[in-house]
Design a protein around this ligand. Structure first.
Ligand SMILES: NC(=O)c1ccc(NCc2cccc(O)c2)nc1
Length: 246
């Protein structure tokens, strides 16, 4: 998979290719990252990339032409079709389902805004979809782009080693993850739940699933739709409720 990133701070994104799973995916040739700086495409002595907003107001807006020129250079660098994504608080929420869709593509082109954002005409003409990593404002889209890079990199075949890929990404099926414990069994902070020490893999799997269900119900009611639960999940939830009532 090839990811091109348009950013005033290309080194920021280059760092993604150095560490951890993403760095390993690049090393293994599963992913290539390419940064493009709109400033290299800006005209004139001052190489302007932003200007004041029409209609007044604070801050600056990124100019169309340097971004458009950088976008075209990135597109032209590889013949394969590419999806252009703009990271902004005004975008659709990034979900694991969307990450899966993006991870299946040959190419992504991530556009990072700074300042107050970019001229709307560029978004309308050049952006395929606008995505947000959460309801908060960052100083630039680069951290959001890095999140997309990490999330899609780890889904590349061969990016995760066996131990990691064994991780049940609970978000995969729309539920929060269960609690995890490791040595020591007893600690001043508490003990490990007995079921995890039982060696009974059926009980352990049921307990973990029950924990995921209950956590999701309690912490993320927006993600939890009891009517959509399977019979088995419904049973686990009933058992938990009965235990709570004891
Ligand atoms: N939630 C996000 O994905 C996100 C993305 C970018 C960003 N900052 C740059 C920016 C870009 C566009 C408009 C704008 O107001 C700010 N902040 C948060």
């Amino acid at each position: 998979m090839r990811i091109d990133v348009i950013s005033l701070f290309p080194d920021f994104i280059a760092q993604c290719a150095v560490f951890g799973v993403t760095g390993r995916a690049v090393e293994r040739g599963l992913l290539s990252l390419h940064g493009w700086n709109p400033r290299d495409h800006a005209q004139g002595n001052y190489r302007r990339v932003d200007d004041r907003p029409f209609g007044g107001g604070p801050g600056m807006v990124m100019l169309i032409d340097p971004l458009r020129s950088a976008l075209n250079a990135a597109r032209a660098a590889d013949p394969r079709p590419v999806r252009t994504i703009y990271l902004s608080p005004q975008g659709a929420p990034l979900t694991q389902a969307k990450v899966h869709e993006l991870a299946g593509r040959e190419r992504l082109l991530l556009l990072c805004g700074r300042y107050e954002g970019i001229d709307e005409r560029l978004i309308a003409a050049e952006v395929d979809e606008e995505l947000s990593i959460g309801d908060y404002v960052l100083s630039g889209g680069e951290l959001a782009a890095a999140v997309v890079v990490d999330a899609v990199a780890r889904l590349q075949e061969g990016a995760l080693n066996d131990a990691e890929s064994a991780v049940q990404d609970s978000f995969e099926d729309g539920f929060l993850d269960c609690p995890h414990y490791t040595r020591p069994v007893s600690h001043e902070l508490g003990s490990v739940p007995d079921v995890l020490m039982s060696g009974n893999h059926g009980d352990i799997a049921r307990w973990r699933r029950q924990q995921s269900l209950v956590r999701t119900m309690r912490r993320r009611p927006d993600l939890f739709d009891e009517s959509a639960l399977s019979k088995a999940d419904r049973k686990l939830l009933e058992q938990w409720r009965a235990e709570q009532a004891e």
